[in-house]
Design a protein around this ligand. Structure first.
Ligand code: PMP
Length: 285
């Protein structure tokens, strides 16, 4: 059965779905997106993803009101039509189609695209194996808090990591780690506390990051929101990434040096279990 996708009001087989070559997403990456995890047929942190989508749209002045469109209904329809019990739903909203011009057009209808990706998120091999990362300079634009589709640099860096025989990059700016290619970066100190970069324009305000920090604090774990260096990560007891796709995934090596024992550690494993348990209790169906 071919995958059914959503484009501008229509549910279509993927092979029949079309977006104009003049769409601003194609020509300018003038688009924002969200990726929502599905487990047990339910959506993880749906409301938080919708709120961040609203902030990204407002930052770019894209004329689309997520509260007015029933995006939950579209998510449900795609989940059901594709019998998706576990995986991801990708949502992209671009400014729309217009003659190519650096001046952004006004009063054009935005383009809305959604599709599903089946994936094993809970029993992910990377979670039991742990990730090896290398550091690279963070050469992205400086509004990383807006979730745009300008993903060329992280895509090139992740590809470079894979070509180098490791799993991913952690990006560095002014001596501190900003984030992973498509995840937030965290370390665990010897005293069990978490260190994570504070929210700013330097990083995406991860929905998974926010949930994990809440759940960790509920358990009495101390959380320090401050920037950390690659040396601190090397010397940390443990490290991990968070994202809607990876949930909580341990990082076991940085630039060829093991972090802690060089295997997924108890704190990261505990936080991953806790994240999955709490997410399951709060799914949107
Ligand atoms: N940072 C970047 C650069 C990302 O691309 C992502 C995932 N899209 C994240 C962090 C994690 O965000 P979330 O937990 O909302 O998926």
């Amino acid at each position: 059965m071919e995958r059914i996708v959503y484009v501008n009001g229509e549910y279509l087989p993927a092979s029949e779905a079309k977006l104009s070559i003049f769409d601003r997403a194609v020509l300018f990456a003038d688009a924002v997106y969200e990726v929502t995890a599905v487990i047990d047929g339910g959506f993880v942190d749906f409301a938080a993803h919708q709120q961040r989508l609203g902030r990204s749209l407002a930052a770019l002045e894209i004329d689309f009101d997520p509260a007015g469109a029933d995006l939950l209904a579209i998510h449900r329809e795609l989940r059901d039509r594709n019998a998706l019990s576990e995986g991801l739903i990708y949502l992209q909203i671009s400014r729309g189609e217009a003659e190519r011009d650096f001046v952004k057009p006004t009063a054009i209808p935005p383009s809305v695209v959604l599709f599903t990706q089946a994936a094993s998120l809970v029993d992910a091999p990377a979670a039991s194996r742990g990730l090896r990362v290398i550091t690279r300079p963070d050469l992205r634009w400086h509004r990383r808090d807006i979730k745009t589709t300008q993903l060329l640099y992280p895509s090139l860096m992740k590809s470079e990591a894979i070509a180098a025989g490791v799993d991913d990059v952690w990006m560095l700016e002014d001596g501190t780690i900003t984030e992973g290619s498509s995840s937030n970066a965290h370390i665990v100190l010897d005293d069990g506390s978490l260190v994570t970069r504070p929210l700013s324009q330097d990083i995406l305000h991860g929905i998974t990051r926010a949930a994990v920090l809440d759940y960790a604090r509920e358990q009495g774990v101390a959380v320090h929101e401050r920037a950390f260096t690659a040396d601190e990560a090397r010397a940390a007891a443990e490290a991990f990434i968070t994202s809607a796709t990876a949930f909580v995934t341990p990082v076991i090596e940085i630039d060829g040096e093991p972090i802690g024992s060089g295997t997924p550690g108890p704190a990261a494993n505990r936080i991953r279990e806790l994240y999955i348990k709490r997410s399951r209790e709060r799914l949107t169906y």
